[in-house]
Ligand binder design. Structure first.
Ligand code: ADP
Length: 497
């Protein structure tokens, strides 16, 4: 309650009563205004409007007490009004209460008989004002909540991305108009509706069904889904109940990436076209350079030979880049097909190591191959050329990124479900940041050592894609100065079926 003084209006035509009330009320600390009839009382009320209590005589010349009570009540719902009268009857009491009086104080009264009901009235008024304040506050909160909800609904409705909310029972509980446009035949379905209403056998249903149980971890699961002739990136994340921290369901957002995919395909086709155009002349350049360097066209002076040797290395790097680019774009546009047949992985790893032996010898690097005796007899279902490319790339890298007189070892193991091939070196190794990026296209670690090593940054991207096309896995263990071990797992024949 605030510290403002409580104001009381006394309306009575008898001066003795008015004065008596004023003195008694002042002594209690109340402020008092007085009026000698109904009209003057109403005027005073309308001018001040801040009375907590009004004491009103019933019988006054002009406007009587009942009329005054009624007029004041019309304008102020909270004021407490007492009737003070010497002519109290049940009927007048009922009438006065009907018009808005709170109670009765019969004349004549002692100061105590006046103060006691007034104090009760003031307490009552304070309680009802507090209740009113709380009610208003609650209504305001509800209003804000309703406003917020309708604001979020409007935002969701206006989004160009499709939005779908699914509860724990796999029912769709909310979707926006963009989602209606994206998912065919769903616009007329009343909500909630079970998820299988969107077609229980499609790629989209499978994805939403699988992700419906994601728990409370903040996670986003993404998948590209084709619906009618458009491609969408669908991002699913759990809807977390703030108070208990568990998931109430999931929200799926559909972003149309058709144009992006078309651009990507156009880029891949362009790169592939350029690579094809460049490949043949590059082969010719390399052939001629080889011819000259080998001395078949006449003796080459040592200073020119050095230049030609370097040109030959560059031409070879460019050729590798061109074929890796061609492989990558073929994979991206889905034109790359692998032919998987049962093959002996030990044999492929041995052939890959042999094809790198000359390069190892040039750097006096020891190249060793070792395998589990049983492994060779357990075939994997794989494309031989693709596997060859994987191992040649890994062994070649191990040689490239290991200083002279280092060691590279290849080990093949049978792990039960997979054949595991590890390529280990004791070379320069990688920092954790470098390790995280090596499978990205065109990424090359930049340091003093790698600056002298020719490379394209494409080899490991091709390796990873080949391994994944075989439902395999690739991992790396490495530390700067401690060497690296690349491990490839390829499912065994019976597992791959
Ligand atoms: P690059 O043609 O550059 O060798 P890759 O895609 O094969 O391209 O490899 C990407 C990068 O990963 C390399 O540039 C190098 O920084 C790092 N890297 C790959 N293999 C090794 C390794 N065995 N030891 C240290 N770093 C390596």
């Amino acid at each position: 309650m605030n510290d403002e003084k409580i104001r009381i209006l006394v309306v009575d035509d008898e001066i003795g009563i008015r004065e008596g009330c004023r003195i008694a009320l002042n002594m209690e600390g109340y402020e008092v205004d007085m009026a000698e009839d109904g009209l003057a009382g109403l005027k005073m009320f309308e001018q001040n409007r801040n009375y907590a209590i009004a004491l009103i005589d019933l019988k006054m010349p002009g406007m009587g007490g009942l009329e005054l009570i009624e007029k004041i009540r019309e304008q102020d719902k909270d004021i407490i009004m007492f009737v003070i009268t010497a002519y109290a009857t049940i009927d007048t009491a009922v009438e006065a209460t009907k018009r808005g009086a709170y109670g009765y104080i019969p004349k004549p009264f002692t100061p105590d008989e006046l103060i006691l009901p007034i104090k009760r009235g003031i307490e009552n008024r304070a309680l009802s004002l507090e209740a009113k304040r709380l009610r208003e506050e609650r209504e305001n909160r509800l209003l804000t909540a309703a406003f917020e909800r309708s604001k979020s609904n409007t935002i969701i409705k206006c989004m160009t991305d499709g939005v779908l909310v699914i509860n724990r029972d796999r029912q769709i509980v909310l979707w926006n108009e963009a989602a209606h446009r994206i998912i065919p035949g769903c616009e007329d379905l009343p909500l909630p509706v079970h998820l299988n209403a969107i077609g229980s056998s499609g790629e989209l249903f499978d994805f939403l069904n699988e992700t419906a149980d994601v728990d409370s971890d903040p996670v986003i699961i993404s998948k590209e889904v084709t619906i009618e002739n458009s491609v969408y990136m669908v991002n699913v994340s759990p809807v977390i109940e703030a108070e208990i921290g568990t998931s109430m369901g999931t929200v799926a957002v559909f972003r149309d990436i058709t144009a992006l995919k078309e651009l990507e395909t156009a880029k891949s086709m362009f790169v592939s076209m350029v690579a094809h155009e460049v490949k043949r002349p590059l082969g010719v350049i390399e052939g001629y350079l080889n011819l000259v360097v080998s001395g078949m066209t006449g003796e080459v002076p040592p200073n020119q030979k050095e230049i030609l040797d370097r040109s030959l290395i560059r031409a070879r790097t460019l050729q590798t880049m061109v074929s890796e680019l061609m492989n990558l774009t073929a994979m991206e546009t889905g034109k790359f097909t692998i032919k998987r047949v049962p093959i002996d992985i030990v044999k492929v790893a041995t052939d890959a190591a042999e094809s790198c032996r000359d390069r190892a010898r040039e750097k006096e690097i020891e190249l060793a191959l070792d395998y589990d005796e049983k492994a060779g007899h357990e075939p994997v279902l794989a494309d031989r050329a693709a596997m060859m490319s994987v191992f040649v790339n890994l062994i070649d890298n191990a040689i490239k990124y290991t200083p002279e007189k280092g060691h590279v070892s290849i080990r093949v193991d049978n792990t039960g479900n997979y054949m595991k091939v590890s390529v280990r070196d004791d070379g320069i190794g990688m920092t954790p940041e470098e390790k995280d990026k090596i499978f990205e296209e065109f990424y090359r670690a930049r340091n003093k050592f790698t600056a002298r090593v020719p490379g394209t940054g494409l080899g490991l991207s091709v390796v990873k894609r080949f391994v994944e096309m075989h439902q395999g896995k690739i991992s790396v263990e490495t530390a700067p100065g401690k060497g690296s071990t690349f491990t490839v797992f390829i499912p065994k024949w019976d597992q791959a079926k």
